[in-house]
Structures are given as structure tokens and as C-alpha cells.
Design a protein around this ligand. Sequence first.
Ligand code: TYM
Length: 335
Amino acid sequence: MIDGKKVLFSGMQATGTLTLGNYLGALKNWVALSEEYECFYSVVDLHSITVRQDPAELRKRARNLLILYLAAGLNPEKNCIYYQSHVSGHAELAWILNCFTYMGELNRMTQFKDKSQKHADNINAGLFTYPVLMAADILLYQSDVVPVGIDQMQHLEITRDIAQRFNGVYGDVFTIPEAYIGKSGAKIMSLQNPEKKMSKSDENPNASIYLMDDPDTIRRKFKRAVTDSEANIAYREEQPGVRNLLDIYCACTGRMPQDAVAGFQGQGYGQLKEAVGEAVVSVLTPVQEEFARLSKDKSYIDGIIKSNAEKAEYYAAKTLRKVQKKVGFPERIRK
Ligand code: TYM
């Protein structure tokens, strides 16, 4: 708890180009929850270097991502919006938690298996212990809730296991966090292969809607979206393409799938695709406009980066000191 409010933590990687999946599965919920909780929203650049990055490009993407958090509607006076690399406590706590995590647990992580297949030439130890750093992010702020898409659930579970194990040894040190999964949009699928998650790293640009795609590109990508030959607008597993379009539509409009299906009665896939395209355009356009405006205001953004990192550091240090003491590190002599 901070000032009587429960704590929320979440983060996003500044690698690749952000997709509609990131927005509907995470960012949109972050904004919705931002008044109710004391929030920490991090640009997780430490995680990004588990895969090789061009340094200048990473710096640029990280800044753009931070600006995007603001453009999406987060308030930097109330929510703490900062770079993970600015708060050394993340890496320090991760080291300690590494000593409370088993190789067998990490071996079971599906994201590690996927990523090591994709980057077979660079299966580094950071990639393997990635979930421990993620646990450190969350536990460092004594977070109660972590809004994420379904693909991060396994990482949330291991975070809880690590926290419980640590508390089992040292008493109630960490708050045990809960995942928050949105009602709709928690797993947006590729527009070209609806059996696969929409992903920043997909090589086919038509598979994903990027957050900075212009309206015509968005409309065109939906027009080309893969559906099926049933010619029936229904929300069911057997029609994953149509179901995905309905999911996107519902996440953008706040409607329930069954109501949306009823609304499309008597219409064809062409009309469904057009409606989904328009719904997405009306959600993304204001974010893009605000992003363009904020990007020009260098000193305002720099001010936020400075003050919010200090705020994050303050809360991180509190937990870290407690943990260091528990595990037996000697206290610093400061006088
Ligand atoms: P990342 O950067 O891959 O994704 C950021 C967020 O977007 C969600 N997401 C999706 N949601 C719905 N449909 C999709 N197709 C889709 N693709 C991505 C993800 O679930 C995530 O919520 N490891 C994390 C970043 C991280 C983190 C943390 C998150 C680091 N530390 C602590 C929460 C708490 C990641 O790589 O997310």
C-alpha cells in the first residue's frame, strides 16, 4: 500500500514496433486502472538486451515508448513512468531472487523455449533468467496487481512462487501479486494466422496492426485479414479469424461479444472487417495525435523522466533495504 492505495506494476519492452495486441492487452487497461491504484509503469530496457539491440535504436525506441505511455492517457503526475535501467534496484533484487529460483522452474518457461529457438545463436543466461528480473520488477514495489496479456501469465505464476518461497524463509517480506487480465483483448491474434498471437516480431507486416499505422493502412490490413469460408459471423473457437475480429471490435468499443454478434446479424465479413477497422482507427488516432504533440516537447518529457525515476527509486530502495537485511547483508555505515 502507498498512501492507502494498492500498488500496480506493469512494463513493456521497447523492442520491435508496438502492436494493437500490446495496446488492447495491456496499455488500455493500464489507463483504466490508473486512478484506482498507485501505479508504476516501466519501460523495461534491461529485459530488451536479452536479445541483441542496436544501442541508438534501443534508446530511441525506449523514449518513444515512454512518450506513448503518456499519449495513451497515463498521468505522469500521478503514475510513475520511468526507465527500468534508471533504478538499479531492479537488477539488485533480481540477483537475490536468482538465488531463490530453480533451474527446473526456468526450464519450463514457454517464452524461453520460443525465444531460444528464434535466437539460437544467442541463448544467453539473461534470456534464461528473464522471468526472475520480471519478478524483481513486480516485487520491488510490493505490487498487488499486474495488468498483462495472457502470454505473460506463466511469468506471473513464477513471480508468485518466488515471492512465496522467499516469504516462507524470511517472513512476510513481499506482497503476493495478482495478474489482471482484461475482459476482452487479452490475446489478440495475428490477422494472417489467427492461431498465432499478434506479435511485434512477426515478419509479415500484414499480420499486425502497428500503433503508428495510418488509418488507410489499418483499414487495408483488416480488409485482408484471414477469416474462413463459413460466411457466418459467430463468436466461437471453430472460427478463430472471425472471433479475433470480434475480440478486437469489443475491446475497442467496450461491447460484449454476444451483443456485437447480434449487431452484425445479416451482414457479411466485408462489413465486419470495415467496422472493426473503423473502431480501431477511432481508438488509435487520438493516441497518435497526442504522441506527435508530446514528442516535440523535449524539456517536458525530460522533466518527467527525471522526477519519476527519483520517485521509483525511493520506493524501490525501501523494499531493497528490507530484503538485504533479511538475507543477512551488513548494514551500510552512513555517518
Ligand atoms: P511485452 O513487451 O512483450 O508486451 C507488453 C504487454 O503486451 C501484452 N501483449 C498482448 N496482449 C494481448 N494480445 C497480444 N497479441 C499481445 N502481445 C503482447 C503482454 O502480455 C504484455 O502485458 N515481459 C514483459 C514485460 C515485463 C513485464 C514486467 C510485464 C517486464 N517486467 C513486469 C509485467 C510486469 C514483456 O515482454 O511484455
